[in-house]
Structure formats: structure tokens, C-alpha cells
Design a protein around this ligand. Structure first.
Ligand SMILES: *[C@@H]1O[C@H](CO)[C@@H](O)[C@H](O)[C@H]1NC(C)=O
Ligand SMILES: *[C@@H]1O[C@H](CO)[C@@H](O)[C@H](O)[C@H]1NC(C)=O
Ligand SMILES: *[C@@H]1O[C@H](CO)[C@@H](O)[C@H](O)[C@H]1NC(C)=O
Ligand SMILES: *[C@@H]1O[C@H](CO)[C@@H](O)[C@H](O)[C@H]1NC(C)=O
Ligand SMILES: *[C@@H]1O[C@H](CO)[C@@H](O)[C@H](O)[C@H]1NC(C)=O
Ligand SMILES: *[C@@H]1O[C@H](CO)[C@@H](O)[C@H](O)[C@H]1NC(C)=O
Ligand SMILES: *[C@@H]1O[C@H](CO)[C@@H](O)[C@H](O)[C@H]1NC(C)=O
Ligand SMILES: *[C@@H]1O[C@H](CO)[C@@H](O)[C@H](O)[C@H]1NC(C)=O
Ligand SMILES: *[C@@H]1O[C@H](CO)[C@@H](O)[C@H](O)[C@H]1NC(C)=O
Ligand SMILES: *[C@@H]1O[C@H](CO)[C@@H](O)[C@H](O)[C@H]1NC(C)=O
Ligand SMILES: *[C@@H]1O[C@H](CO)[C@@H](O)[C@H](O)[C@H]1NC(C)=O
Length: 296
């Protein structure tokens, strides 16, 4: 009686310790290139049309993923550090599995025909430096973590898609290296968050051709490295904050086609590098409501 009770119990112990052993070994080996291969194969699976056959000819399991077209690996760990599928004429979706490519620094899927969302799992990729998804047909919201908590991110370019939703109010909370933020030609709406000033390295900001409303936050004037500010074709209203005209590096200020009103700031003399100031199609008073200024 007692042994038949004890036997399954010791078996259970064995199973449990085996389990612990497996868990330990699994987490000890760096979630390896098998994980990366699985993630890339999941991506390949989610491609519905591979017009030029790039993936079907190159993403084959009899060769290392590091030799696959558009894939770059790190020298040390043979983990995927870059995916560049720019202009491969692909149709399909990005899979959540991309979030498993934990060494990824560069993701360029620009100029394809991707649809669906940018997976929220991309927010898990804390080594990301460069993200380019321009000229596709992405919809839904921009994964929040990419805009708020991506400590190495330098540039993100999502222009010409159908992305919607508002920008998170805690944008830029932990994106201290962001230099380029381009969200032009989407369906984004809501206010431009005041928190934008925390992206203190920002050089190029383009929010044009969207549906942003509210005022231009004065905090844009705290972006002292800004050279390019483009917010034309939105529904912005109120005054142009004179703080913007304090950013002496600004070369391009494109604010046309909004509902801006009030007087045009007069502190133009600070803008020593100005090449283009477009304020037309607003309801401004001051110099001229049809101001196009071109200098060199
Ligand atoms: C891998 O397999 C494909 C066909 O499935 C073949 O054409 C190719 O030559 C193979 N490559 C290598 C490196 O063995
Ligand atoms: C991706 O590849 C294209 C063409 O080969 C190149 O122009 C582009 O700079 C690359 N993207 C990145 C982020 O390196
Ligand atoms: C990879 O990511 C997917 C989806 O996010 C998840 O279901 C899966 O368990 C992950 N796989 C590995 C091997 O980490
Ligand atoms: C993103 O890719 C497009 C081409 O596909 C290129 O024109 C653009 O400069 C890239 N953006 C950045 C920030 O490098
Ligand atoms: C996307 O697909 C549409 C129609 O299917 C085509 O007209 C367009 O050229 C494609 N764009 C790219 C970048 O492949
Ligand atoms: C984008 O997707 C929508 C529906 O998902 C489709 O109607 C439209 O034609 C697509 N646009 C392009 C340029 O492929
Ligand atoms: C956005 O969606 C509209 C309507 O479906 C479509 O006509 C347009 O081509 C899409 N834009 C892009 C850049 O895919
Ligand atoms: C930000 O990312 C780090 C990883 O780099 C993570 O540990 C942390 O929980 C994230 N913080 C928030 C507020 O999401
Ligand atoms: C933003 O700029 C204003 C005016 O120059 C200054 O008073 C304020 O302290 C700045 N704010 C931050 C957070 O740097
Ligand atoms: C512009 O800069 C000057 C000098 O740094 C400062 O005194 C002034 O408060 C600034 N104005 C705005 C609106 O930020
Ligand atoms: C333009 O501004 C004036 C006051 O400066 C105001 O009376 C008028 O209603 C505004 N027009 C529009 C179209 O907003």
C-alpha cells in the first residue's frame, strides 16, 4: 500500500526536477538563433505575395538565417540584428513573432504592400535604433512603447500609411536618442503632446497631412536641435507659439493649411538658418497671411 503511494510521489519529484532542469537550461542558453529562425519563418508565412520570389528563394532552412536576403546577424551571437526588406514588393502582414528578435536594431520594411497593424510586440525590442515602415498600407495605432520607451531609438519613419489613433501623452518619456520622427501622411489625430519636448535630440519632426488638432504646444520651442518642423495640412488652431521662433537651428518651418490664427510672431531675427517658412492657408495676421518666405 505504502510503496504504491510512494512510487508515484518520487516519480513526481523526478518529473518536477527534470522540469526545473529544462527551464534552467532553456533560460541559460541565450534565447538562440532557433527562436530567430522561428520568428523569420513566421514572418515568411505571413507574406501572401512575394512578387520577386526573394523570400521563397532565399529564406530556406537548409541555409543559415544569417545568409537570408535582407537579414543581417551580429558577429558574436549570430542573432538577427537587422531586417531590411525595403522595396521587395511584398504583400502581407507583420507577425507578432517579430517581437522575439530581441537583438534587432534595424527594421526596414519600407516601400512594400504590408497591411494590418504594426504589432505591439515590437515594443519589446529594446535594442531598436532604426525603424522604417514608409509607403505601405499599415493601419491601427502605432505601438505605444515605440514612441514612449525605446531608449536607443534614433529614427522612426512611418510616412504614407493609414495609421490612426492619437499620440500617447507620455511620448518621449524614454526615447532620449530620437533624432527623426516622421509620421507624415497618415490618419493620426488628437493633440500634439506637450511631452514632445522630452525628445531633446529631435532634429526632424514631421506630422504633416494628418488630422492633428488643438494648439501647437509651446514646448516645441524647447526642441533646441530642431532643424525641420513640418505640420502642414492638419486642423491645428490658436496662435503660433513664439517659442518656436527661438529655435535658432530651424531651417524649415512648414505650418500651411491649418486653422492657425492670431499674429505671426515677430522674433524672426533669431531664425538665422531659416530657408523656408510656409504659413499660407491659415487665418494669421501680421506680416501676411500668405507668407512664403524663402531665404538662403
Ligand atoms: C536548399 O534547398 C533548395 C531547394 O529546396 C536548393 O535549391 C538549394 O540549392 C539548397 N541550398 C543549399 C545551400 O543546400
Ligand atoms: C535598406 O536597403 C535599402 C536598399 O538596399 C537601402 O537604401 C536602405 O538604406 C536600407 N535601410 C537601412 C535602414 O539601412
Ligand atoms: C514568439 O512570439 C510569439 C508571438 O508573440 C509567441 O507566441 C511565441 O511563444 C514566441 N516564441 C518563442 C520561441 O519565443
Ligand atoms: C525610409 O525609407 C524610405 C525609402 O523606402 C527613404 O526614402 C527614407 O529616407 C527612409 N527614412 C529614414 C528616416 O531613413
Ligand atoms: C501596392 O499594390 C498596389 C495595388 O495592388 C500597387 O498599385 C502598388 O504599386 C503597390 N505598391 C508597392 C510599393 O509595391
Ligand atoms: C489599403 O488597404 C485598403 C483596405 O485594406 C484598400 O482598400 C486599399 O486599396 C489599399 N491601398 C493600397 C495603396 O494598397
Ligand atoms: C488608405 O486607405 C484608403 C482607403 O482604403 C486607400 O484608398 C489608400 O490608398 C490607403 N493609403 C495607403 C497609403 O495605403
Ligand atoms: C521600458 O523598457 C524597459 C526595458 O528596457 C522595461 O524594463 C520597462 O518596464 C519599460 N517601462 C515601461 C514604463 O513600460
Ligand atoms: C522650455 O523653454 C522655456 C522658454 O525658453 C523655458 O522657460 C523652460 O524652462 C523650458 N522647459 C524645459 C523643460 O526645458
Ligand atoms: C526666447 O529666448 C530668449 C533668450 O533666450 C528668452 O529670453 C525668451 O523668454 C524666449 N522666448 C520664448 C517665447 O521662449
Ligand atoms: C479669422 O480671424 C478673424 C480675427 O482675426 C476672425 O474674425 C475670423 O472669424 C477668422 N476666420 C476664420 C475662417 O477662422
Amino acid at each position: 500500500m505504502e510503496t504504491s503511494f510512494l512510487l508515484p510521489f518520487s516519480l513526481m519529484l523526478l518529473v518536477t526536477s527534470l522540469n526545473i532542469f529544462c527551464t534552467l537550461t532553456l533560460s541559460a542558453t541565450p534565447t538562440d538563433s532557433t527562436t530567430d529562425q522561428d520568428a523569420l519563418l513566421a514572418l515568411k508565412n505571413a507574406i501572401t505575395v512575394d512578387t520577386n520570389g526573394v523570400l521563397s528563394n532565399s529564406w530556406l532552412t537548409n541555409s543559415s538565417i544569417c545568409e537570408w536576403a535582407g537579414v543581417t546577424c551580429g558577429v558574436k551571437h549570430h542573432r538577427v540584428t537587422a531586417i531590411n526588406l525595403s522595396n521587395f514588393a511584398l504583400h502581407g502582414k507583420l507577425t507578432p513573432h517579430l517581437g522575439n528578435l530581441t537583438f534587432l536594431q534595424t527594421l526596414d520594411v519600407s516601400s512594400n504592400n504590408f497591411t494590418g497593424v504594426l504589432p505591439t510586440e515590437l515594443s519589446k525590442l529594446h535594442r531598436l535604433k532604426h525603424v522604417n515602415a514608409t509607403s505601405n498600407n499599415f493601419t491601427g495605432e502605432i505601438p505605444r512603447g515605440i514612441l514612449t520607451n525605446m531608449s536607443l531609438l534614433e529614427d522612426i519613419d512611418l510616412r504614407v500609411n493609414n495609421l490612426s489613433g492619437a499620440l500617447p501623452s507620455d511620448i518621449c518619456n524614454n526615447t532620449p536618442k530620437l533624432k527623426i520622427l516622421i509620421l507624415r501622411e497618415n490618419l493620426l489625430y488628437g493633440k500634439i503632446p506637450r511631452n514632445i519636448y522630452k525628445c531633446s535630440e529631435l532634429q526632424k519632426l514631421s506630422l504633416s497631412v494628418n488630422m492633428f488638432n488643438g494648439n501647437i504646444p509651446t514646448q516645441v520651442g524647447n526642441l533646441s536641435r530642431l532643424t525641420y518642423l513640418s505640420i502642414y495640412y492638419n486642423n491645428l488652431q490658436g496662435n503660433i507659439p513664439s517659442s518656436i521662433f527661438n529655435v535658432s537651428r530651424l531651417a524649415f518651418i512648414l505650418l500651411s493649411a491649418n486653422k492657425l490664427s492670431g499674429r505671426i510672431p515677430t522674433n524672426l531675427e533669431n531664425l538665422r538658418n531659416l530657408q523656408m517658412l510656409y504659413l499660407n492657408k491659415n487665418n494669421l495676421t501680421g506680416v501676411s497671411n500668405n507668407l512664403y518666405l524663402l531665404t538662403l
